[in-house]
Design a protein around this ligand. Sequence first.
Ligand SMILES: O=P(O)(O)OC[C@H]1O[C@H](O[C@H]2O[C@H](CO)[C@@H](O)[C@H](O)[C@H]2O)[C@H](O)[C@@H](O)[C@@H]1O
Length: 249
Amino acid sequence: MNFVEILSPACALFLDFDGTLVDIAPEPGAIVVPCSLVPTLSALQTYLGGAVAVVSGRSIRELDTYLAPLQLPVAGVHGAERRDASGALDRVEPASLEEVTRAALALRARDARLLVEEKGTSVALHYRRAPELERECIDAMAAAVDRSEGLALLRGKMVVEAKPCGASKGAAIEAFLREPPFAGRTPVFVGDDVTDEAGFEAVQRLGGLGVKVGEGPSAAWQRLADPGALRLEFERAVATKVAATPAEQ
Ligand SMILES: O=P(O)(O)OC[C@H]1O[C@H](O[C@H]2O[C@H](CO)[C@@H](O)[C@H](O)[C@H]2O)[C@H](O)[C@@H](O)[C@@H]1O
């Protein structure tokens, strides 16, 4: 696939973060944001009239830190929190996370290789450093979700998470598409994980395109090998389209 062909000023671009814009790392705090990424996203934002948003499982606070000084429209925690293009913040009412937090911390207390992320509206239990504990982590979190009101279980890359029932990346993208500067544009969503499938389905249902990064089954119609390939596509698009725009005017 070729982003130089796909991107036009009539597109709205929605981007997952981990495994899509940045490479997967051994733990959440160990990711490296390549120094070219923020200028590239900033140039794309200008080219697309502001219609670039990050749609991630991370919290907005974390995403802002990684992408500083850029402050993009963003949906965090799988759509449980959202900041629109005007800067207005929206957050689903958090359900009680007591049971899932207790279950995750109890497992963590037994094995220090596990990692618990408390995101305010969700709790994630990472087992990347202890993959043999996957089944135990999933079962414990599923049981805790069953004992809780308003939570759903979400599987990701070496992680299992309890998040609010109503939140999804697809719903977050649809909300952006009802508002300026996204409304009326052709949506393109790039993601890498099973948590991104709702986003692929939403954009393709609305006449746009899903792009899956990496291997594995997906509803997305296009595919790229890895985050490095995506970053290269974006850099090429900026060099050929964005940089060319002023001279054409
Ligand atoms: O929706 P995303 O932007 O893809 O975020 C999904 C989750 O990403 C992070 O976890 C994943 O990436 C880590 C760093 O590469 C990796 O160590 C971990 O195994 C992955 O699951 C983040 O920590 C989560 O909060 C996000 O939900």
